[in-house]
Design a protein around this ligand. Structure first.
Ligand code: HEC
Ligand code: HEC
Length: 381
């Protein structure tokens, strides 16, 4: 440990002390358990928290086109514990993970440029020959995954964000919106129907989204001190799953879209890329930035309406970049501010459609909404 590290730790302890006092004696939250502490048979993906581990499973599935139950025994469909059993595809996947890490280390100086997706591209057996169809057919839309660099001749990130803010409301109305509650509907990608959803949000960085699913409530809460999901056992392997690291930053940025003055402050190293076309041929301007924990967030802002059309964010992980995207389809006026009223969140293991049919601005939300419930973080049976 060198001198500056020690100083840093000392400062952190002082800060942590102030923080505990600030929370009026409430206990500081325990650090999130690692996947290899919660699950029974982790051999390669060690040392990452449970939320990140579950996203890596989504990455595996997306990259290979395989389902959870292809790489796991059939019975895992009804029991989280049975995911620990091995089958041939699961064992091959472990070898693939080791191979991939070795390729990156020995050929690319440890940069994670080869991932499952580099070879697999959504298929369990990568194609071994170049495709004539690809050569002469019209190319399928792809999404570039590299960080963008400031493009010459483009408006500056500040100019683009100023126009975006102006499209949302006046500085006065934007500053005056300090909280809202919303009601509407939610539909997951494999749900038969819509479920009611409630939203509770404050400009100070608290937000709770409660989906009343037929199997029980699924609640995602973020606060300046941390984030967590509580969901029925059919949905999550642990009764309380903490949201951690770059993923927590990403979910926070999604919440800040509803209080855009804070959005800008949460991103550093802002740069604007070349304009892009969305699937419906509308042109968007790109602003990219990084969060405190190093997640990358790209805002795609309509060059005509200046409204945010899409947010793309990714987190680094041992399997590759875990990407999530939010598409904003409609806005509504709430106390002189345009808030998204219909949006879709898509990520490597799911897609959720939200519609906010009513919203109440500047309401007092009980602090209990944002207190972490005392639920186990261990595997549900
Ligand atoms: C391409 C293969 C593959 C796919 C698809 C896949 N997994 Fe896995 N899964 C693995 C491997 C490999 C491990 C073990 C990782 C290790 O040993 O580090 C694992 C481990 C797990 C574990 C930990 C089990 C334990 O107790 O040790 C859970 C839970 C899990 N997967 C859930 C899922 C879910 C849910 C899905 C679908 C979204 C999924 N997996 C999709 C390959 C896969
Ligand atoms: C360098 C290229 C490459 C990378 C990287 C790679 N794979 Fe593979 N993978 C292959 C090839 C090629 C095969 C087919 C091998 C064969 O036909 O015997 C394969 C086969 C598989 C299979 C067996 C499929 C089947 O139907 O038998 C699984 C599962 C798999 N890979 C998962 C993964 C996962 C998950 C990752 C990321 C951790 C990954 N692979 C990374 C090239 C790669």
């Amino acid at each position: 440990m060198n001198g500056s590290t020690r100083r840093f730790i000392a400062a952190a302890i002082v800060l942590a002390g102030c923080f505990t006092v600030g929370l009026s004696g409430r206990q500081a939250p325990a650090p999130p358990p690692m996947a290899d502490q919660v699950f029974k048979n982790i051999q390669v993906l060690k040392g990452i928290p449970v939320d990140e581990f579950m996203l890596t499973m989504g990455f595996y599935a997306t990259a290979t086109g395989l389902n959870c139950t292809d790489c796991h025994v059939e019975e895992s469909g009804g029991s989280w514990a049975r995911y620990a059993d091995d089958n041939p595809l699961k064992m091959q996947t472990r070898r693939m993970q080791v191979m991939m890490t070795t390729i990156n280390r020995t050929n690319f100086g440890g940069r994670q440029v080869v991932t499952c997706d580099t070879c697999h591209r959504g298929f369990s057996r990568p194609n071994v020959m170049p495709s004539i169809n690809r050569l002469y057919g019209s190319p399928a839309a792809d999404e570039p995954g590299d960080p963008i660099e400031q493009a010459a001749g483009q408006p500056s990130p500040d100019q683009i964000l100023d126009q975006y803010m102006a499209a949302l409301g006046t500085p006065k109305s934007l500053a005056a919106l300090t909280s809202f509650t919303g009601k509407g509907t939610y539909m997951g990608f494999d749900d038969a129907g819509k479920s009611p959803v409630e939203l509770f949000a404050r400009a100070t960085g608290e937000r709770s989204t409660v989906v009343h699913t037929p199997l029980g409530d699924s609640t995602t809460t973020i606060t300046p001190a941390g984030g967590w999901v509580t969901a029925p056992p059919t949905d999550k392997p642990v009764p309380l799953m903490q949201i951690t690291g770059q993923e927590l930053d990403g979910v926070r940025v999604e919440a800040m879209v509803f209080f855009p003055a804070t959005l800008r402050k949460s991103l550093t190293k802002l740069r604007s890329g070349l304009p892009q076309l969305l699937e419906d041929d509308s042109e968007v301007l790109q602003v990219q930035g990084n969060t405190a924990n190093g997640a990358t967030v790209t805002l795609l802002i309509d060059s005509k309406t200046h409204l945010l059309r899409r947010l793309v964010r990714y987190n680094e992980s041992p399997v590759g970049r875990l990407v999530a995207r939010v598409d904003y389809h409609e806005y509504r006026d709430v106390a002189g501010v345009k808030l998204p009223s219909r949006w879709t969140v898509s990520w490597v293991s799911g897609r959720s459609h939200f519609e906010m049919t009513s919203a109440e601005p500047n309401v007092a939300i009980p602090a209990t909404r944002f207190v972490r419930p005392n639920l186990p973080q261990t595997l549900v049976p």
